[in-house]
Ligand binder design. Structure first.
Ligand code: EPU
Length: 420
């Protein structure tokens, strides 16, 4: 296993290129199941979750190869419509193959994802929606088995605006007979990006980026190439790091429109931001101000930035609160931040941070991707050495994070550990 050793105290300065979006890529790759052929997906991040999705697709006979940000996919020789537990347990987004497989091949067998480090993450909306589209769903020995001759368009109202369910149902509906309307659809840029890709493949979709998506089913789709959108959470994570260290950085190849809510909160915290079409410059103040946030669906404050914002607020002088509305117990990072000296407490789904105390390096770890990166951010300002263990969580979603941070002046190295 690898760990990071971070020595705090350096201001981040310079400029850095943002990678392609993990969560968009994890929809584009399964979407390619809908039309057998070859695909080139540019700006694909070289991260563990992409490797896991490649292995999962590989177990179905699909060839996936990533070279210099270009992911080549050959979906012509599908040999299995099954997503085995060994892959699904590593990454819940494996469920994204369900809709495309049942729509294109009339059959899918996908392992139930099970629990998650921060509590239950149900998939009932995916299953109910597919049933409304006419699929027969059976649960057997930990697997979802879905069958359909041809799906039939219908109206599906999601109880909760779900990113994954919107993707699965939108993708499935592209090949259904007739019209499907998804009400309370997710508006996240990654879902919109997947919808645009499906449109390029020949799907008839309207309403992308709104809470009502209409899909008119077609009989066939064709392969298409695509360039993945920039990762808004990587962008926001780095912005938080720069703000915490009092630095000044230019982030290139990003999309500021996907980050407007966070940009405004960073301004409230005292940062100066220059925003251009695909670039953000952030100049941090000498002292950050506390800014309370509540997570929400897009365009609100993303749950995937909650842990990093908590670390950032530990540097702001004064009290702030973070209220988590999407995953109400996503707080595995909080006790670890406390080990670094943050004055931080959880009350139900709210974190209270009394910021401005100096942090001291320690050995820490978190049980999820965003929690792990929050430890790295805290390590950047802690006095002395912070060892962040089990960074395989972090490697799921951040491409060469240590190289990027080092190029901005951080003192961070990756080392192998004996830990099991
Ligand atoms: N929900 C249900 N039933 C369902 C599906 C979702 O009740 O069938 C609830 C969830 O429990 C949650 C809410 O709906 O309270 C939203 O969950 P959603 O389905 O939108 O999440 P997801 O699709 O499983 C994606 C991202 C997550 C991100 C969430 C929320 C991917 C691969 N994952 O997950 O990203 O936190 O949307 O924005 O796109 C991350 O990148 O660190 C990450 C966890």
């Amino acid at each position: 296993m690898d760990k990071f050793i971070v020595r705090g105290g350096n201001r981040l300065r310079g400029s850095i290129q943002i990678s392609g979006a993990k969560n968009a890529t994890l929809e584009l790759m399964p979407a390619a199941l809908l039309a057998p052929g070859t695909y080139s997906l540019r700006n694909t991040p070289n991260i563990r979750d992409v490797w896991t999705m490649s292995r999962l697709l590989g177990s179905m006979g699909i060839h996936a190869e990533l070279n210099d940000g270009e992911l080549f996919l050959d979906t012509r020789n599908l040999t299995s419509q099954e997503a085995p537990y060994e892959h699904v347990k590593k990454m819940r987004a494996s469920i994204h193959v369900l809709g495309p497989l049942v729509a294109r091949y009339g059959y899918a067998k996908v392992s139930l994802p099970g629990g998650c480090a921060w509590g239950p993450r149900p998939i009932d909306l995916h299953l109910k929606g597919l049933e409304r589209l006419g699929a027969e769903i059976e649960l057997d020995s930990g697997y979802i088995i879905a069958r359909a001759e041809r799906l039939k368009g219908t109206t599906i109202t999601l109880d909760v605006s779900s990113v994954g369910a919107t993707f699965n149902l939108m993708a499935a509906a592209t090949l259904a007979e007739g019209k499907t309307i998804i009400v309370n659809a997710a508006m996240e840029p990654e879902v919109t990006a997947a919808g645009r890709f499906l449109q390029k493949m020949g799907a008839e979709i309207e309403g992308l980026g709104t809470s009502g998506i209409t899909i008119c089913g077609v009989t066939d789709l064709m392969p298409s190439d695509e360039t993945t959108i920039p990762d808004r959470i990587e962008t926001a994570t780095l912005l938080a790091g720069v703000a915490m260290t009092g630095g000044e950085v230019t982030l290139q190849g990003t999309n500021p429109y996907h980050l407007s809510f966070i940009i405004e909160r960073l301004e409230e915290a005292g940062c100066e931001l220059d925003v251009n079409t695909n670039e953000i410059v952030l100049r941090a103040p000498d002292q950050l101000k506390p800014v309370s946030i509540t997570t929400a669906i897009y365009p609100g404050f993303p749950t995937d930035m909650q842990a990093q914002w908590t670390a950032m607020m530990a540097c702001a002088k004064g009290v702030s609160t973070i209220t988590e509305k999407i995953y109400t117990d996503r707080f595995s990072h909080v006790p670890e931040l406390a080990r670094l000296g943050c004055d931080v407490e959880v009350h139900e789904n709210r974190v209270i941070i009394k910021g401005g105390k100096s942090l001291k390096g320690a050995t820490v770890m978190s049980t999820d991707l965003r929690g792990s990166v929050a430890m790295v951010l805290a390590g950047l300002i802690a006095e002395g050495e912070t060892d962040v263990l089990r960074i395989y969580h972090l490697d799921r979603g951040y491409e060469r994070l240590e190289d990027k941070l080092r190029s901005l002046g951080a003192d961070i190295v990756r080392e192998k550990t004996e830990e099991f």
